[in-house]
Design a protein. Structure first.
Length: 95
């Protein structure tokens, strides 16, 4: 993540403090998603700005208390299930 992306992420964290997370029924009821992935989806949505979510896999892994490998696998399944769309291969993604 470059300095500009880090600043965007920090600005987003400071300016937007949700009181909770909402898991849509279509995500919650999907038997092809683990509970971790069902919880990951609204975390990504919360960090999603007008140009997408610029959080790295490492950052997300740190805030959710999982390994980068677990995070990468969760993101891969959300992509496969078409809940998020990958726009680059450096850990950044967009809904």
């Amino acid at each position: 993540m470059n300095d500009e992306d880090e600043n965007k992420l920090n600005d987003k964290k400071i300016s937007h403090k949700p009181k909770g997370l909402y898991v849509p029924n279509v995500v919650f009821g999907n038997p092809n998603l683990s509970y971790f992935e069902k919880f990951l989806f609204p975390v990504i949505e919360t960090l999603d700005g007008s140009k997408g979510c610029f959080a790295s896999n490492e950052y997300l892994a740190n805030i959710m208390g999982v390994s980068i490998a677990t995070m990468s696998a969760g993101i891969a399944n959300l992509i496969q299930q078409k809940y998020i769309k990958l726009v680059s291969f450096d850990g950044n993604f967009l809904h």
